[in-house]
Write a protein that binds this ligand. Structure first.
Ligand SMILES: O=C(O)c1cccc(C(=O)CC[C@H]2O[C@@H](n3cnc4c(=O)[nH]cnc43)[C@H](O)[C@@H]2O)c1
Length: 243
């Protein structure tokens, strides 16, 4: 089975590749292929680049069976300190909705969209176990949180959320569009809270990403056993209707 790992920037893709022990793309497992893609910062760039890669692969007859959104992220200090790893058990677009005088309404509540994708539970739990990560919701935001008030509002709406980043929901939307399961893994570079750029530890987070993907590599290469069975489309015996 082919696995696509989507990061925002090249430094993250290199950390993933180093952890897995490959350079750019590599044959793995049963003739499968694991590929990294630096797809851009933010949910829109991530969705567009992921959708393009998935569509090209499918058109070439070599579809991906799993997409992983990976990179650095902010950690909610109660759950995920700097340098730790978080595997998403839910990927939630935290600022997709509408502000009202009575509070934030999600697009689900507004009745015209969705804000959460759920990775396969067994795969997420296994990935968290082998990497020593916290398994908890990861929020996708379009703006890095920079105030205590915003951090508190996010925590109040998503009390179990352990991290925030900017790409997971975009990657998940693209994967869902192709019927491909998704996973998200974040290495914590900074605390979600008042902006303190000097306290960011991007090097430590990239090192944690290397170690995490090193630990995860054997599982990623045999992922199929942790995924729910996909239903093959039935071949119709009826002749197609002519106009
Ligand atoms: O403000 C700066 O000076 C600055 C310098 C380097 C990087 C940034 C970013 O905003 C990186 C965004 C990038 O990294 C992920 N990320 C990392 N931490 C967070 C966070 O606390 N909240 C949201 N995203 C974060 C994100 O996925 C982007 O790919 C700023």
């Amino acid at each position: 089975m082919r696995v696509l790992v989507v990061t925002a920037v090249a430094a993250e893709a290199e950390a993933v590749a180093t952890g897995i022990g490959m350079s750019g793309a590599a044959d793995v497992g049963d003739g499968g292929l694991l590929r990294t893609l630096a797809g851009g910062v933010g949910p829109a760039a991530a969705a567009a680049s992921t959708a393009r890669e998935l569509a090209l692969a499918a058109a070439a007859g070599t579809p991906y069976g799993l997409v992983v959104s990976a990179g650095i992220g902010g950690g909610f200090p109660r759950w995920a300190p700097v340098g730790s790893l978080v595997v998403a058990d839910a990927i939630t677009a935290a600022d997709l909705g509408a502000e009202t005088p009575d509070g934030f309404l999600t697009v689900d509540e507004l009745g015209f969209g969705r804000t959460t994708h759920l990775p396969p539970a067994a795969l997420a739990a296994r990935a968290a176990r082998v990497t020593g990560a916290v398994c908890a919701p990861v929020l996708t935001v379009s703006t890095v949180t920079g105030t205590a008030a915003r951090a508190a509002a996010l925590s109040a709406r998503h009390p179990r959320a352990a991290a925030e980043a900017m790409e997971g929901f975009g990657v998940a939307e693209a994967a869902a569009g192709q019927g491909v399961p998704v996973l998200e893994i974040r290495a914590v570079s900074n605390a979600v809270g008042p902006r303190d750029r000097a306290a960011w530890r991007i090097g430590d987070a990239l090192a944690a990403l290397v170690t995490g993907f090193h630990d995860l590599a054997p599982d990623l290469l045999t992922t199929a056993e942790f995924l729910p069975a996909r239903e093959e489309p039935e071949e119709s015996e009826e002749p197609e209707e002519q106009p």
